[in-house]
Every structure is written in C-alpha cells, then in structure tokens.
Design a binder for this molecule. Structure first.
Ligand code: GLC
Length: 612
C-alpha cells in the first residue's frame, strides 16, 4: 500500500505515544463518527448493524441486562466479541468499549464471585483487601470480555434512609478515601511519575474503572435518591469531592455524573463542577459519562425537551452519554446542535479525545477481543476465599453477652442441638442484596454460593443436630432442648430509589422472629442489611449476641468462621447506628450525636472494644 495509507497511520501504531495516536485519529474522524463515539447504548437495543451504521462507541449492560438466564462468562464473551467485530469493521476500525456494573464482583454473571457490598468493606477499613478485591473483580469482568466497570461508587453516605447507602463505603470521608485503593486493583497502579489525572490501565487483566457519582450523591436531603445536596461549596469539597482526588491520583479512567443536584442545580448540567472543577482544576483527563437516561431527568416532564437537555449536558462537560435506548434521537439531536453551533465542535472534539485516550490506554486497539484464558478465574476458589476473608473482616459485633463477664460468642460447634431461624438464614439472594444477577436482586439460589445455613451445617460437629425453621412457631420449641439459636433477618434486596426508606424497620417481622426465639433460647441475632436498622432497646436486651453482617455476598462461610471462633471479630461500624429514625440525619461529631452505637464501634468476642 502507498505511504500514508492506513497501515502507516499514526493511530494504528502501538509504538506511538497515546496523545499522538489520539490526535491523529481525531483528525481523521467525521462529525458522525465523533458523535457515535459519544453514544453508549444498552445491549437490549444494540445490534451489529446499529454499531456499524452509527459508529456506536460504547455498549453497556444496565443492571440485570443479561443475554440469557444463567449465562456463563464464555457466552458473555461471545456476545461482547460479536459487537466488537462490528465496530472493527467500521471505516476507521475504532473498537467499542463494553461497560457493566461489577460493583461487588462481576455480579451480573451467574457463578461469579459475589463480594460484600461496599458498606461491609467499609467496616473492614482494609485498603489492601479492597485492592485485592479490585484485582479479582477485574479478572472476572475481563473473563466475560468486558473492559469497563462502572465502579467504585465513592459516595459518602450521609443518611441511612438513602437507598444506595450499601453502595457507599462509609459516612466517614476518610474511610471512603482509604477504600479508593480498589481503583488501583481494578486498573493497576500507575508507574512513578505518571501524570496526575491521566487515565491508566495496566493491560488485559485490568479494566477501565469509573468513580461515581460526581458529586454529592450520598449527601442529599433526607437521603432522597437523586435528590438535592444542600451545603456550601467548602463542605461539598471536603466531604463529597475528596474521594475523587484520590481516584484521580490513582489514574481513574472515567467519572460518572450524579443524578442528584447541588443547591438545586442538577449535576448533569453543572458546567462549573463537571468542567471547571473536575477537568480544569482537578486535572481529570479521562472521560465523564452520564448516568442512565440522566438527560431525560434534566427536564420536567421527564424527557420533554431532550434536545435542550443534550445541549446543557454536553456543554456542561458530559463526554459520553449513557442514552441507553433512543440513540437515533440522541444522535440526530446532537448532530443538529453541532450544526447550529449550540454545541461547539471544540466541545465534541474534547469529549471524543477523552474517550479515544481511554480506549488507547485500555489497550483496546491492540486487544479488542475477549481473552478466553481468563475464564477459569470466574468464581474460582482463590476469589471465593478472598470474598470469605472480606466477609469475616466485615462483621461488626454489637453485643456479646447479657453478662459481659460471660461472653456468648464464640458458639460451641459441638452443641447437642441448635436452632437456625430467620428469613435470611438460608437465602443466597438476600445475603447478596441488590445488583446481583438482576438489577434489584431477588430471593433464593440466584447464583452459586453458600448460605448461612449451608455454612453452619458445614461448621458444626457431626453429632450436632441443626434444626432450621425460617419462621419458628411455639410448636418449634415443644419438647426441644436447643443449646442456642442463630437467627438471621434483615432487608430484602433493593436498588437506588427503590431502597429509599424513611422507617428502616427489619423486614418480614424480623424483630418479632428474634424476640420470639430469644424469649425461649439463648440467641445470636445476625442482621443482613445494607445499612443500620431500628433495634428496639427491649430487643437488644433480649438477645445474647448481635452481629451486623451487612450484605456479605456469596460466601456465607465467612460468618461461621467468626461466630464459631476460628477467626476474631475485626469489623467496626462504617456508619452511625441510630436509635430512632427521628434522629436522622445524625453525623459523627455533631453535638446532637446520640447513637445506639457510634461510628467506629465494634467488639471482639472477649467484649473488648476495637480501637478506632
Ligand atoms: C444506574 C446507576 C449507576 C449505574 C448505571 C448503569 O441508574 O445510577 O450507578 O452505573 O445506571 O447501570
């Protein structure tokens, strides 16, 4: 081929610097190709033809958007590769980037390791553990052919009534900052001297990460999801923006804008914060992605003036739009906005440059297809042991005896007969919570894992009889001589606004189940929840021991490792445990701070308080 022909083009040469490749490719692109790169669509509407015809730059699986029930990673890789082949057939052969919410393991995929949700990881305060979970998650995501993970959520949860509290590591910004180590696990560590704010991905076993949701998602009034965060700029910076500086210094490739507002102004059209602060002041050089149908939420009624919403979002600094369905309308409107000059070409070029930069950094031009050698990592023993370690370290012991001199835990694994009860004792779906196989999550054996009951049966001695009653009646106890009872109750799975809850009562009459058992038998109560829940003083008085287990995920064995004494308690509250919802919002350090258990509280099995 003549010099200057395709194979000599700079952007095709992996030995050229990323910035040279990015600029070269950008200079060759048409407006249509550029707008296509800014367009992300869900797999539900994605076809190879659509990818080809519209130069679609990115495809995602929204929560639960799975090809088929119980589809394995290899079939996910087939699907992603199918779209990629179409993208590579376009004129310039720009690879598309496929994104997914792997927020506690590759949770959409059947058989993947399901780690504790972030609130439980916050209880561990273990940055190294978070890093190792990032490494494992990246492998299992890449095994499905996917190079982009919409994680971590670095929200600072200000009010447990918020439905996404469990996606936050803590109410304490310093704990959240500490746990951003997961970004380096997901993407790899930038080398010494790597420019601050420049995206970084260390090869095919790592993924593009996404710090979300910028900014103030966890600080909304009354914890209303997608609501309004009301505070001075100094507090927004100090509390909600601080973790982004850590993510940026770790080379995070993308940031997702928040649905929420700051002092009444929507984040998706907030040019000062998305461009002047995030990109110019903080030096973020990756790309900003919108949230799902976030542009429709910019107008009232929903989606009413879509063209105007596109203009305000793109001009505010949103680079890639998670449309995710009506992409033809999006492309047509944005094209019209560019032609009219309402969206300057320079803004489009900045957005596309950022997107291309991330794709080059992620190695997508050199390795666009799935690496099938990673398939063996999905749900592997090593990862499940890591998840089990995380569960152990996340458990917070809130009470361990009616008489502190007679600790109730650890339990006797060789007791003659024990009762296991509660709605959450034998429900894998409940212990995984939201964002598991489906968007909302659900009850039952939704994936591969170990329930609390499974783990108890494995842990106790051969002579120990285990009786399981989900909802015990008085008859359960007739003629029975139980040595003790383990009662697991809590919340059903939920996501986003579906989880907003002003009452925070233990679901399915969980308090009554605990009470009726504890009236008859020495009882350990285990709470499976995404946040603190109401514990009446009378209930607390009745139980012999109380453990907050958060949303532990697939490895229930981590719970029995600790309650039977193979490991000591380690976890400390990442969030204040209120007495009553009437106290909310209640934050550590405020003078009206009167919690049932304060931020940082946690006991060892010897009733020794763990230090902060
Ligand atoms: C959701 C969430 C966001 C997620 C995105 C894609 O609405 O707000 O956290 O990454 O959509 O599923």
């Amino acid at each position: 081929m003549e010099p200057g022909m395709a194979e000599n083009w700079i952007y095709k040469n992996p030995n050229e610097p990323v910035e040279a490749r990015t600029k070269d490719l950008l200079s060759r692109m048409t407006v249509k190709e550029k707008i296509g790169q800014m367009t992300q669509i869900d797999r539900i509407v994605a076809t190879p033809t659509a990818v080809c015809d519209h130069f679609i730059g990115s495809i995602l699986s929204g929560g639960g958007s799975i090809p088929l029930e119980k589809v394995l990673s290899s079939e996910w890789a087939d699907m992603v590769d199918g779209y990629q082949k179409a993208a590579l057939e376009t004129r310039l052969g720009i690879p598309m980037i496929y994104g997914i919410d792997a927020v506690h393991g590759n949770n959409n995929v059947y058989g993947a390791t399901i780690f504790p949700h972030n609130i439980g990881l916050g209880a561990t305060r273990d940055a190294d553990l978070a890093h190792r979970i990032g490494v494992a998650t990246a492998l299992e995501v890449r095994a499905s052919g996917i190079p982009y993970d919409f994680a971590p959520c670095v929200a600072v949860a200000g009010d447990p009534r918020w439905g996404r509290t469990y996606e936050s590591y803590s109410e304490d910004v310093e704990i959240v900052r500490n746990m951003t180590s997961i970004v380096s696990g997901l993407q790899g560590h930038p080398p010494q001297g790597h420019p601050n704010g420049y995206p970084f991905v260390a090869g095919r076993t790592k993924v593009v990460a996404c710090a979300k949701h910028f900014v103030g998602d966890g600080g909304t009034d009354k914890g209303i999801n997608e609501g309004n965060t009301i505070m001075p700029y100094e507090d927004l910076k100090k509390i909600h923006m601080a973790p982004y500086l850590d993510c940026i210094s770790r080379g995070v490739c993308t940031v997702m804008a928040s649905y929420s507002s700051w002092n009444g102004d929507k984040m998706h059209s907030h040019r000062f914060l998305q461009t002047e602060v995030l990109k110019e002041k903080l030096g973020f050089k990756g790309f900003v992605i919108s949230d799902w149908e976030a542009l429709e939420r910019l107008s009232d009624p929903y989606g009413s003036n879509y063209r105007a919403s596109i203009s305000s979002a793109v001009n505010a600094g949103i680079d890639m739009i998670m449309v995710p369905f009506k992409y033809e309308a999006f492309i047509a409107d944005l094209t019209s906005l560019v032609e009219s000059g309402e969206v300057p070409m320079a803004r489009v070029d900045d957005a596309v440059e950022r997107i291309l930069r991330v794709k080059f950094v992620a190695g997508l031009f050199e390795y666009p297809m799935a690496d099938r050698s990673l398939l063996e990592t999905v749900g592997c023993k090593l990862h499940r042991e890591l998840a089990r370690e995380a569960v152990r370290k996340s458990l917070v012991l809130l009470k361990n005896a009616k008489d502190p001199k007679k600790p109730f835990l650890p339990l006797d694994r060789n007791a003659k007969k024990i009762l296991v009860a509660g709605t959450h004792a034998d429900d894998l779906g409940y212990q995984c919570g939201g964002w598991t196989i489906s968007w909302v999550g659900s009850s039952g054996r939704t994936t591969i894992g170990t329930t609390i009951l499974d783990a108890i049966k494995e842990a106790v001695g051969d002579e120990t009889e285990v009786v399981f009653e989900q909802n015990p009646s008085p008859d359960t106890f007739t003629g029975q001589d139980f040595s003790y009872a383990i009662v697991a109750v809590g919340e059903p799975p939920y996501v986003e606004s579906g989880g907003d809850d002003p009452n925070l009562i233990i679901s399915f009459n969980g308090s009554e189940i605990i009470s009726s058992v504890a009236d008859r038998v020495p009882t350990l109560a285990i709470l499976i929840s995404g946040r603190p829940l109401v514990i009446e003083p009378s209930l607390l008085e009745k139980v012999d021991a109380l453990v907050a287990a958060w949303l532990p995920g697939s490895e229930g064995g981590g719970i029995t490792d600790v309650i039977f004494g193979d490991h000591e308690f380690h976890g400390r509250l990442p969030i204040t445990w209120f007495r009553s919802v009437d106290q909310l919002p209640m934050r550590y350090g405020e003078n009206s701070y009167d919690p049932l258990f304060p931020l940082g509280f946690g006991l060892t099995s010897k009733n020794v308080k763990l230090s902060n």
